[in-house]
Design a protein around this ligand. Structure first.
Ligand SMILES: O=C(O)CCC(=O)C(=O)O
Ligand SMILES: [Fe+2]
Length: 286
């Protein structure tokens, strides 16, 4: 196993996609080992989420925490970002993390997440964003309102509408508990495409599930699952979260944040093979 890719022994199955094309030169089949059971993939599809309580092992947790703290210190020091203390999204929202620190590049082809994304999105997958959210005890408004991420679904639905299906992997680097702030989700809500979700709502919703877990918990979810982060209380600890978004290869990179000029991803691309390039948004579309 390559260094930096220490993960639990997850159950696995193979998924093979035949690509329907009559062009001889194209790759006609793509096969993947999916690190989940077929039942877990079914749950992700139907309920919109899959929870992994120990996504990785060993020193990777400390590396990722340290890397996020370094980015935080650099950006707060330079005053380029700040903690949001009011409004619908409280906390600090780092973006372009793979471009900023090599520890995050370890997650580029991290199979426990990538293979699950390919099981539900298909063989042509890219990373759309590697960001996160950090919330702080003692700071005001360290919570979010109920929201969903891909706000592009029209009503009525046109005949050939392309659903903005993407997968967000929420990787908690600190414990997900009452004092730090839990995550509330509404199972199945990713399919309620025309149900109105009120803005500025911080109440319990019917059917909601409150997720708790140890550090290293990962919630793999459809990006339009209704969710909300509960407050980080004064008696809690700094709560660090990474969010990796996977989408189809033809979807653009997330619009949030500013790409650094000395991007690590750009440097990495110079040497990258075609699969890595595709993951980073080059190719895989027509
Ligand atoms: O902090 C969390 O648990 C979730 C954060 C979130 O939903 C977001 O940043 O979009
Ligand atoms: Fe969110």
């Amino acid at each position: 196993m390559p260094e930096g890719r220490e993960y639990e022994a997850f159950p696995s199955h193979t998924v093979t996609y035949e690509i329907m094309t009559n062009v001889a030169s194209e790759d006609k089949e793509r096969s993947f080992t999916v690190l989940a059971t077929p039942q877990e993939i079914e749950q992700l599809s139907e309920q919109g989420y899959l929870i992994r309580e120990a996504l990785f092992q060993g020193e990777q947790l400390e590396r990722l925490r340290g890397a996020l703290d370094e980015v935080e210190a650099a950006e707060m020091g330079e005053g380029v970002t700040t903690i949001i203390r009011s409004g619908q999204f409280g906390g600090w929202f780092p973006r372009y993390l793979m471009d900023k620190h090599p520890a995050f590049l370890e997650l580029l082809d991290f199979e426990p997440m990538l293979s699950v994304a390919r099981a539900v999105l298909g063989p042509f997958v890219r990373i759309r964003n590697a960001g996160g959210r950090v919330s702080y005890p003692g700071e005001p408004n360290q919570e979010t309102h109920w929201h969903l991420h891909r706000r592009t679904i029209p009503k009525p639905l046109p005949a050939f509408f392309s659903f903005p299906h993407t997968i967000d992997c929420l990787i908690y680097l600190d414990e997900l508990n009452e004092a730090n702030g839990t995550l509330a989700i509404v199972p199945g809500s990713h399919r309620r495409i025309h149900d109105p979700l009120p803005a500025d709502c911080y109440d319990d919703l019917p059917g909601q599930k409150v997720v708790r877990g140890p550090a290293k918990t990962c919630i793999i979810m459809h990006s339009n699952l209704w969710h909300r982060a509960l407050p980080t209380r004064p008696d809690g600890e700094k709560r660090r979260l990474l969010i990796l978004c996977y989408g189809p290869t033809w979807m653009r990179y997330s619009p949030f944040g500013v790409k650094p000029e000395d991007s690590l991803v750009d440097a990495y691309l110079d040497e990258a093979d075609s699969e890595t390039k595709e993951l980073l948004g080059i190719g895989g579309y027509q």
